[in-house]
Design a protein around this ligand. Structure first.
Ligand SMILES: Cc1ncc(COP(=O)(O)O)c(C=O)c1O
Length: 482
């Protein structure tokens, strides 16, 4: 992509789009934000957007759509079966992802459900670079286990390793030999490992995983939900691909996988999802589950309008100026926070900025959920809604014991083309204030813990009156300011 330099030497990400539809935001007073936290069980998933100022919970279904996506929604072809909207989407999947056979599903986890029901059984082990919450829930729900195989560098917060999402090849082969290939239904590679800081893997790593999959005759499954951004970082960081196009990198990656699945909420800034392959045998193994769980094979639980937006969004994944926007804003904020001393995952990855709550809240034990506490505290003092990606997002083991997360992170998602630079500067300002006042933050405990995916609807409470103390300090420093 062509560089745009500023005369004054400043290095800031310049927006290569203009805003044509806007949504009014509200920054409610801190007292209301405290009430909202109590109403929502100190769980940012349970906040209402009327109380949220900057919604950095996720990029899932919240990326800004393009004018062309919205326009395409208007010529959707409403039909239960054989819709022309589906034909356009099939073509987009083939053009962009290089796969001929496409099964539509209503979102990413629906693809995980189908793959797990079809291939995972009691005793199955699924190696992966790192788990995603819903992928793990479906695999374990079908009697399997996941095995995470990253290199040690992946867990280093302050690193300069360009590909922390790489699969550990030695461990992968060791694991397959130990447990026998027949117990490994597939190898799962997640583009831009969501839970450990949106870190990419290299194309070379994927090639090496493919070679191992071939050696032991195991299917290779690519979770392509964040493939666009992973491909963008390959362009930036992998020597072989300097000067390549997004399309070339994406195809090189998808060609290596037997099955590609994705959440279109992320990949194509729309809704929906899909599973695609070039193998008719695989297609047939999965086909019957679509009408059973999702809907007829030409809509898979999606509305035709979503299907149209998805087709256009897939083509837009090839446009570097669109895909680079979020990683460039993330990189800007990571650099700003890092130079202030706030511990954030480095190098900057995709999806969002990840604050290391283990360091920021080193006075809170993992038993009291430092990342959940930090996410709640940040909302309280700023109206910024981030997401806990730590032990609350983990699931208990088969005996009901807590499993503490490898990393306690607060993720501040940067959906594509949603925030302006002054809003990002506000985030920087409030995060640095909170960092300076971090010792005022206290722990949380569960008062309601759902048995599955507890982070979504779980309810917690503070273990002391720390929120009130934080408000008192906020008032001292900011007076009547919101
Ligand atoms: C890497 C990854 N895989 C799968 C999913 C699940 O997708 P969905 O939320 O559309 O069900 C997500 C969602 O965030 C994700 O980030």
């Amino acid at each position: 992509m062509q560089e745009i330099k500023f005369y004054n030497g400043e290095n800031i990400p310049l927006e290569l789009h203009k805003v044509r539809v806007v949504q009014k935001l509200h920054l409610v007073p801190i007292e209301r934000r405290l009430e909202a936290l109590y109403e929502g069980g100190f769980n940012t998933f349970r906040l209402s957007t009327k109380d949220v100022f900057l919604d950095m919970l996720t990029d899932s279904g919240t990326n800004a759509m393009s004018d062309n996506q919205v326009a395409a929604m208007m010529h959707a072809d409403d039909a239960y079966a054989g819709s022309q909207s589906f034909v356009r989407l099939q073509k987009a999947v083939e053009d962009v992802l290089g796969k001929k056979y496409y099964l539509p599903v209503h979102q990413g986890r629906a693809a995980e459900n189908i793959l797990s029901v079809a291939y995972v059984k009691s005793g199955s082990l699924v190696p992966m670079n790192y788990h995603f919450t819903t992928a793990m829930a479906h695999i374990t729900g079908n009697g399997g286990k996941i095995v995470e195989l990253l290199y040690d560098e992946a867990y280093v917060i302050n690193s300069s390793h360009p590909f922390k999402g790489n699969m550990n090849l030695e461990k992968l082969e060791e694991m397959i030999k130990l447990h026998e290939p027949k117990n490994v239904p597939f190898i799962r590679m997640e583009a831009s490992t969501n839970l450990i800081g949106g870190q990419p893997f290299s194309v070379q790593n994927l090639r090496d995983v493919r070679a191992i999959a071939d050696k032991y005759n195991i299917r290779l499954v690519l979770d392509a939900s964040l493939l666009g951004e992973n491909a963008y970082l390959v362009l930036q960081r992998e020597e072989e691909f300097k000067g390549s196009t997004m399309g070339e990198v994406i195809k090189t990656m998808t060609d290596l996988a037997d099955i590609v699945y994705f959440s279109a909420r992320k990949l194509s800034s729309s809704r929906g999802g899909g599973i695609c392959t070039n193998d008719m045998g695989i297609y047939k193994e999965l086909e019957a589950f679509v009408p059973l769980y999702e809907g007829f094979l030409t809509y898979g639980g999606m509305s035709v309008r979503e299907i149209e937006a998805m087709a256009v969004g897939l083509y837009e994944t090839l446009d570097e100026t669109i895909i680079s926007q979020s990683p460039n804003f993330i990189s800007y904020l990571v650099n700003a926070l890092d130079s202030y001393g706030v511990p954030v995952i480095k190098p900057a990855g995709v999806l969002g900025v990840h604050i290391d709550a283990m360091q920021v809240c080193d006075h809170i034990s993992q038993k009291e959920y430092p990342a959940g506490a930090l996410a709640a505290a940040l909302f309280l003092i700023s109206g910024i809604r981030g997401m806990e990606r730590g032990s609350i997002s983990n699931q208990r083991d088969e005996y009901g014991n807590e499993t503490y997360a490898d990393m306690e992170l607060v993720r501040l998602a940067m959906p594509r083309r949603v925030f302006t630079l002054s809003q990002v500067k506000y985030v920087e300002d409030r995060v640095t204030w909170l960092y300076d006042n971090r010792k005022l933050i206290g722990g949380l405990r569960f008062v309601y813990e759902p048995p599955v995916l507890r982070f979504f609807m779980g309810g917690l409470e503070p273990t002391s009156d720390w929120p009130q103390k934080l408000i008192a300090k906020f008032k001292e420093d900011f007076g009547e300011s919101l």
